[in-house]
Design a protein around this ligand. Structure first.
Ligand code: TYD
Length: 140
């Protein structure tokens, strides 16, 4: 559905046994980047919208390791897609230069984010109009 904008739902290997579940995500194997940073988001109310930015460099993988949330992604050229995150062994890969909004957090939501870069506030674009301008300029 949204493959053309490079965002993809990925399914990860599970090693479940009678002791419980174990899910594996290896950089450059299960996801197309080396992991330089992880952060996780929890305790967000259901009416909160997070994200609301694009990243010039960072690629991400988002996994709801507990609970659920939704992610809306936009490419700045009029294409958008909404993904539901609700299984600990599936995640959404988001390449650089994609606008993302995370919302509809369940009370028990723990949203794990793996990133390809260290944190650098200067690579964040937090204004949607600016994002669209950058995308348009990239095409030239
Ligand atoms: P923010 O980008 O608003 O989070 P989200 O997009 O997930 O809603 O980040 C919240 C605060 O945390 C902001 O002050 C920046 C800071 N921050 C870091 O210092 N390092 C990080 O890796 C991230 C993701 C955020």
């Amino acid at each position: 559905m949204s493959k053309h904008i490079g965002v993809q739902m990925l399914e990860f290997p599970q090693k479940g046994d009678d002791r419980g579940h174990l899910v594996i995500v290896e950089g450059m194997a299960d996801i197309p980047f080396e992991i330089k940073r992880i952060f996780y988001i929890y305790g967000s109310a259901s009416d909160v919208i997070r994200g609301q930015h694009a990243n010039r460099k960072s690629e991400f993988l988002l996994v709801n390791v507990a609970g659920s949330s939704k992610v809306c992604v936009k490419d700045g050229k009029g294409n958008e897609a909404i993904f539901a995150l609700n299984r600990p062994h599936t995640g959404i890969y988001i390449p650089a230069m994609i606008w993302k909004d995370m919302y509809d957090f369940s009370e028990d939501s723990v949203l794990l984010c793996l990133a390809s870069e260290h944190y650098d506030p200067d690579e964040y674009i937090r204004d949607y109009d600016e994002f669209v301008k950058v995308i348009l300029n990239e095409k030239e």
